[in-house]
Write a protein that binds this ligand. Structure first.
Ligand SMILES: [Zn+2]
Ligand SMILES: [Zn+2]
Length: 266
């Protein structure tokens, strides 16, 4: 079984059109590349139902789509018999996480990705001259990133951690100690993480995560492209699958209504 459990529902021009017709080209690309099932994981801060949670201009500028329309588009695609899952990429909101979870609870989600893109309102993956990298020394960014992602993992609100070492995006790699801390946090939480080929398209030019995390953690994995267009579904999957196999992952996590099962990988 091959899955791609991280993508954003965009049309070929990059626009957000929340309909089952927008899903179809993603499914076609998946079929071309031997991907059996895909999961849509739009950013949580795009939906007006969550508006009360956000404070950053980046989030508020985007927060005007209808979550019911998003869910309806994926559910309609399922009714058409397409091999799709309903997910969401959910930023960790710390002490307000329960409030956010209550907003999402009525919907039939198959899985939630847990993400950390900001620490105390400062972007880890934004322009490298501002945000977290401007505020703190490099290892302090890493320490805070690992601490925050571990808290997200431990919360129980998420099924999979997305791009679990996103902090390396600009090529500043974490120390062995930081990876060991992250592996302990993930394994204690009993959560899966994704092997994401998106990092190959970023300045670091490497898959997320570093092989050290796969060695140090025994967590189950999903596969992810983090595609923002149909063309990139299943992108660079030979490398992702080889990395999984090289680090003892013979199965992949599959989710239905937030219940995980393991299927043979490949
Ligand atoms: Zn992300
Ligand atoms: Zn994403």
């Amino acid at each position: 079984m091959i899955v791609d459990y991280h993508m954003h529902l965009r049309d070929t021009e990059g626009g957000i059109v929340l309909s089952a017709d927008t899903v179809e080209p993603f499914v076609e690309r998946a079929a071309e590349r031997g991907v059996d099932e895909i999961g849509f994981t739009e950013h949580v801060y795009y939906f007006e139902q969550t508006k009360g949670l956000w404070s950053l201009p980046y989030q508020l500028e985007r927060c005007h789509f209808d979550l019911d329309e998003y869910v309806g588009a994926i559910e309609e695609a399922k009714r058409r018999g397409l091999p799709v899952k309903l997910g969401l990429e959910v930023d960790w909101t710390g002490e307000r996480a329960d409030e956010l979870a209550a907003i999402l609870a009525p919907y039939p989600f198959d899985f939630f990705l847990g993400s950390v893109h900001w620490i105390e309102g400062l972007a880890v993956d934004g322009n490298e001259r501002c945000g977290a990298w401007h505020a703190w020394p490099e290892d302090e960014v890493w320490r805070r990133y690992v601490e925050t992602l571990s808290a997200a993992a431990a919360s129980g609100h998420f099924d999979v951690l997305s791009h679990p070492d996103l902090a390396k995006i600009f090529g500043v790699r974490g120390s062995d100690e930081r990876y060991a801390e992250l592996a302990r946090g993930i394994d204690a939480a009993g959560i899966a993480f994704e092997i994401s080929t998106a990092g190959l398209r970023k300045p670091v030019g490497e898959i997320y995560p570093d092989p050290r995390l796969l060695e140090l953690s025994s967590a189950p994995i999903t596969l992810a492209s983090d595609s923002h267009e149909p063309r990139l579904v299943g992108e660079d999957y030979d490398a992702a699958i080889a990395l999984a196999w090289a680090n003892g992952r013979e199965t992949v996590s599959v989710f239905d209504r937030r219940v995980r099962r393991q299927e043979p990988l490949g």
